[in-house]
Write a protein that binds this ligand. Structure first.
Ligand SMILES: [Ca+2]
Ligand SMILES: [Ca+2]
Ligand SMILES: [Ca+2]
Length: 468
């Protein structure tokens, strides 16, 4: 296979042991190979869409089959293309790619646009005793009639659940040197509910589609390494109390650690992907034989036979694809400002949650994912992020203030891949600086230090984030 010279450079650096360097107790990344040997060297609009560079030739075929089911729209059943039918009747959009734009993030809708890549998860308050079984298996109590998620689209013969309207309120932040940054906070309104009134005690949690890169590598971080970071009572006294979520695993019917989603409510990429087929697209699979359509919404008339709408074969191709998207290489490692920003990131405590480095374990049949040194900048743990980001809706062990630390690798390319990309769980942050300034709760000391920094140090930190 032809390989541009620059890729060879990444390979050479990845396989040469680099001198370990730390600063303020956390490692400093000296190699551009953020995703280990699978790292790719493309930094354009396709930067998130490439297979792991070290993926074998035969597996690249599986990747492209998975890609076609991820990218192409699913349609109403029965259809001549019966490999991709069964959409709906309730859904948010008709393809994975419709939300994970170019395998990247989604964004909140623009003015007068319907929301596509942002949706609301729903719940009502639960009683820990009476609802114990529901809580164990769902992590929350779904809303009556409307279920676990608000589907804002439907097949022509059905009705969407409702319209979602977002209003933006300006919020001003003044930094120590007098610089004023204007943030925006979303307010959600659900209008025109089509299946009866919404419950008064409805809890909503907005979620925007995250980037898809490096999922297989994150899945390959040994759970004991995450357990070692888990510190819910902050016994090491660094002000940070990461918590590992514990969630329901459908395949083995037991409670396991959670890693994926904004509240780490899914144990692995496969269950997350089958959850997306069911909740976001109205497609059943053998792991998720029911969609979010409740009995009151009467969706039986849209089912054609008892077979899963997504066959096991297609399900496995899509999961393979979702696990195999490569992480792009670091850029501008030689820049003085980037190097300064990397040190500041460690000094002011960003690295306390955004854990720079991990080592993957052994993954059966996936040498490309095994035993890699990776730089994802996440601990995959839950943290209290304060009231401004809170959704007030629990999900398994995650309470209404808590979110999982998102990986920061590749984040500097988010708006190259999709210029409309937003940051944070609801896409409210239009820039990386806005994302930083929204941090509260356990991250407050870090943000306060950011706000005190002179302009050149602030831009060094942002240059560092942009180099990821
Ligand atoms: Ca269906
Ligand atoms: Ca629903
Ligand atoms: Ca701690």
């Amino acid at each position: 296979m032809m390989r541009p010279m620059a890729l060879m450079g990444v390979l050479a650096i990845a396989s040469t042991p680099t001198l370990a360097q730390t600063h303020a107790g956390y490692p400093i990344q000296m190699t551009p190979a953020t995703g280990g040997e699978g790292t790719v060297d493309q930094a354009d609009t396709n930067a998130y869409s490439l297979p792991q560079r070290n993926l074998s030739m035969t597996k690249r075929l599986d990747f492209s089959v998975g890609n076609s089911f991820f990218r192409n729209p699913w349609v109403e059943a029965p259809a001549s293309t019966d490999a991709r039918d069964g959409l709906g009747p309730l859904f948010n959009t008709n393809s994975c790619q419709g939300c994970h734009v170019k395998d990247g993030r989604g964004h909140p809708p623009g003015v007068d646009e319907p929301p596509v890549s942002l949706f609301l998860r729903l719940a009502v308050p639960a009683d820990p005793d009476r609802d114990a079984d529901i809580l164990r298996k769902h992590g929350f109590k779904p809303a009556p009639v409307y279920g676990s998620q608000l589907q804002t689209a439907a097949l022509p013969a059905a009705k969407p659940e409702a319209d979602l309207v977002i209003e933006w309120r300006p919020v001003k932040k003044t930094l120590a040197d007098g610089t004023v940054v204007e943030l925006r906070k979303p307010v959600y309104r659900i209008e025109n509910p089509n299946y009866g009134p919404l419950p008064d005690n409805l809890l909503v949690s907005p979620r925007v589609a995250p980037q898809m890169i490096g999922m297989g590598l994150l899945e390959a971080i040994p759970i004991d390494d995450l357990r070692a970071l888990h510190d819910p009572d902050d016994t090491d006294n660094n002000g940070i109390s990461g918590k590992l979520n514990q969630v329901w695993d459908l395949a083995t019917e037991q409670t396991l650690p959670g890693r994926f989603g904004w509240k780490a409510a899914e144990p692995d990429v496969h269950q997350q992907s089958m959850g997306a087929f069911a909740g976001d697209m109205g497609l059943t699979s053998s792991l998720k034989p029911a969609t979010d359509c409740t009995s009151e919404q009467r969706c039986e008339r849209f089912t054609h036979g008892g077979e899963p709408e997504v066959s096991d074969k297609v399900a496995n191709f899509v999961t393979f694809y979702a696990r195999s998207l490569a992480v792009p290489a670091r850029r501008n490692l030689d820049s003085e400002s980037v190097q300064k920003g990397a040190k500041l990131f460690n000094e002011i405590g960003c690295a306390g949650c955004h854990t720079p480095r991990h080592q993957t374990g052994e993954v059966a049949d996936r040498p490309d994912l095994s035993n890699q040194t990776i730089w994802p900048y996440t601990d995959l743990l839950l943290h209290d992020m304060g009231p401004a980001l809170a959704d007030g809706r629990d999900e398994f062990l995650a309470n209404g203030n808590e979110w999982r630390t998102p990986p920061l690798w590749g984040t500097g390319l988010a708006q190259v891949v999709n210029p409309q990309s937003g940051f944070l769980h609801d896409g409210r942050a239009r820039t990386l600086e806005e994302a930083v300034l929204w941090h509260g709760g356990e991250a407050l000391p870090a943000v306060e230090q950011y706000s005190q920094m002179p302009a050149d140090e602030r831009s060094a930190l942002i240059d560092f984030l942009n180099s990821l």
